[in-house]
Design a protein around this ligand. Structure first.
Ligand code: ADP
Ligand code: MG
Length: 238
C-alpha cells in the first residue's frame, strides 16, 4: 500500500487558473473523496495524478517518489472514468485481459489475475458474455475489473457512477465500499454527489474554483464546515 501526496499543485490553461495550489495527502490504503461543483477542477487534478495532464507547478508523490515527470504507464495507477467504454466485440473476459494481452503477460498469469478479479467482483458467470448482454451495473463492474486486474498501487475514479440510475448508483456505492474494504488500495474518488462522498470516504477534499476549501473527515466536514461554501455544498449546518 502506498501514500499519495499532492503538494502545492497548480494548473493553468493559458490565462485560466484551474488549480490554485492544492495540498492533499492520502494515507496508505485510504479512501479520499474529491468533491465540488462542476468545473472546479476535479477531473484536471485526477488527470494530473494519472500523468495525463502536465503540471504547471507543485509536486505529486506516490509513496516517497516524485512522479511529476513519470509517464502514465509507469505510475502504477488504474483509473475508472465516468464514460467507461468496453470493447463491444470482445467478451467480458477479453475486455479484462486485453491490457495484459498487449503487454504480453504470460497466459497462465493472465488467467490467474482474471480469476482473482472475477471472484472479487462476482462476475464469474458473465465472463463469456459481450457488453451488449450486460446490465449497466454489470458493465460498470467489468470496467472496474479492467482497472483491478492490473493490481495497481493507486486507484483513481472519476464519477464512475454518474451514468447509472439512482437505484443502481446506491447498489454500486456499497459494492465499491465492500471492494475497498477487501482490497484496501489507496483510492481517490471524484464525485459531485455529497452522499456518495460521505458514505465512502475516510476523508473528503472539498474544492471550489480551483481551491481546496476543506480536507477533513466526513463528520468534521458536516459538524464543523470551515466556511459557508463547504456548509452549503455539503448540506451541513453553517
Ligand atoms: P470538474 O471535473 O471539476 O468538473 P474540470 O477539471 O473538468 O472540472 O475543469 C476545470 C476547469 O478547467 C473548467 O473551467 C474547464 O473548462 C477547464 N479545462 C479543463 N480542461 C481544459 C483544457 N484542456 N483546456 C482549457 N481549459 C480546460
Ligand atoms: Mg469532471
Amino acid at each position: 500500500m502506498t501514500s499519495l501526496t499532492i503538494r502545492n499543485l497548480r494548473k493553468s490553461y493559458g490565462a485560466l487558473e484551474v488549480l490554485r495550489g492544492i495540498n492533499i495527502e492520502a494515507r496508505p490504503g485510504e479512501f479520499v473523496a474529491l468533491v465540488g461543483p462542476s468545473g472546479c477542477g476535479k477531473s484536471t487534478l485526477l488527470s494530473m495524478i494519472a500523468g495525463l495532464e502536465s503540471i504547471t507547478s507543485g509536486d505529486i508523490l506516490i509513496g516517497d517518489r516524485v512522479v511529476n515527470q513519470v509517464p502514465p504507464k509507469d505510475r502504477d495507477i488504474a483509473m475508472v472514468f465516468q464514460s467507461y467504454a468496453l470493447y463491444p466485440t470482445m467478451t467480458v473476459q477479453e475486455n479484462i485481459t486485453f491490457g495484459m494481452e498487449s503487454r504480453k503477460v504470460p497466459k497462465a498469469e493472465q488467467m490467474q489475475a482474471l480469476a482473482r478479479v472475477a471472484q472479487l467482483l462476482q462476475i464469474e458467470p458473465l465472463l463469456k458474455r459481450r457488453p451488449a448482454q450486460l446490465s449497466g451495473g454489470q458493465r460498470q463492474r467489468v470496467a472496474m475489473g479492467r482497472a483491478l486486474v492490473r493490481d495497481p498501487a493507486l486507484f483513481l475514479f472519476d464519477e464512475p457512477l454518474s451514468n447509472l440510475d439512482a437505484k443502481l448508483r446506491v447498489e454500486m456505492r456499497s459494492e465499491i465500499k465492500k471492494l475497498h474494504q477487501r482490497v484496501g488500495k489507496t483510492t481517490i474518488y471524484v464525485t459531485h454527489d455529497q452522499v456518495e462522498a460521505m458514505t465512502l470516504a475516510s476523508r473528503i477534499a472539498v474544492m471550489h474554483k480551483g481551491e481546496l476549501q476543506q480536507f477533513a473527515e466526513p463528520q468534521t466536514i458536516y459538524d464543523r464546515p470551515d466556511n459557508k461554501f463547504v456548509a452549503g455544498f455539503m448540506g451541513a449546518a453553517p
